[in-house]
Design a protein around this ligand. Sequence first.
Ligand code: AVI
Length: 321
Amino acid sequence: NASLSTDPEENGHSEAVSEFSRDVIRGLTSPRKTLPCKYLYDEAGSLIFEQICELDDYYLTRTESEIFSKNLPAIAEALGRDVTMIEPGAGNCEKAQPLLAIMDTPRCYIPIDISPEILLAAESRIETALPGLQVQPVIGDFTMPESLGEKTAENKEVIFFPGSTIGNFTWEQARTLLQGFGSRLSAGDGLLLGVDLVKDSVILERAYHDDQHVTEAFNKNLLQRINRELNGDFDLDAFAHKAFYHPLRQRVEMHLVSLKSQRVNIDGVQIDFEEGETIHTENSHKYTLETLETLLADAGFHPQQYWTDKNKHYALCYADF
Ligand code: AVI
């Protein structure tokens, strides 16, 4: 194959493109059209997501960081001393750093992320700020349990999973993910988890349907990405952003609604839309302390402590394994 590069990075890239293409075609040819939410985060999407985190309407990021700053010493105490902290999907590691700085002699920090650039920049920043802490970045997809590796030392380990990322997994996926986390741990290890709580649907819907249309841009960027990377011809103006709270499923669902009957071509495949038909692009599950406890128990974790904000909009939970 003359077009196959000998550069492994380029082949990795084309593998990623064909996985993207396969997932997109599969999702858009199924009876209820869907697209996996992980594809929202290309470079453009990640930048738009950073803007979402700054929005007044999007209370999640702000509330979680308030809970951290108010309770940092108590959280550090719950984690204990001589701990190895593992952070799946760590990104720029900005949430872990203040915690590592205040913990009693943390032994090692293992951030896991698919983006090597962001991870390696964070590694050198943390090593400079916290000399003596071993940082062992892992480049990988944290939804694959093997990316967590195996425990090699006897000291306590804590998995740090903030940001309400667990909310973007269905109940079954979340249980499987947490069980995967548990496969690295032994009795007495722990999990520090950030979850968004069930609340008034007006507040929830505003967070995912902001006045400034940033979430709309985030959602529609997925169509733009398909146009860019898979030679698609989506007309972005012919789709509308829709986000609503589903009280029975206790989740905000994000969709793109076709505003007319239309045909879209992607990679030579024709996809037909009826007027009003939607592409389901994301779920964001909201928990109560009870549903959270059930999820944790199903994966072998026992909640020890919760920290919340004054409105009880968001919670951090420390659980033992
Ligand atoms: C990353 N994740 C926790 C966000 C959430 O709230 O579910 C993603 C997001 N989607 C729309 N706005 C934010």
